[in-house]
Design a protein around this ligand. Structure first.
Ligand SMILES: [Zn+2]
Length: 80
């Protein structure tokens, strides 16, 4: 596990009791990553997951904002 992943994981675990939606990297096909993005709204979850992809997977802003990427995230979001 990378340090950034760990930090994200800890941050989101701490604030998880107030969160409504979640999206895990595993659900998106990243089997080796245990990052879970959470948020009060689906929009927030997507923003968190986009941030994770930019920092951990070194994806560009355009890549994480692409229609395909956003659709894939929306399709996999779960209500907690
Ligand atoms: Zn990940």
């Amino acid at each position: 596990m990378q340090l950034l992943d760990l930090l994200h994981y800890m941050l989101f675990t701490v604030s998880q009791n107030k969160m409504e939606y979640q999206l895990s990297c595993e659900d998106m096909g990243m089997e080796d990553c245990d990052f879970v993005a959470t948020g009060k709204t689906q929009k927030e979850v997507i923003a968190n997951m986009q941030k994770h992809h930019k920092t951990v997977y070194k994806m560009s802003k355009d890549e994480v904002n692409s229609k395909e990427m956003v659709k894939m995230m929306k399709d996999n979001i779960q209500k907690i």
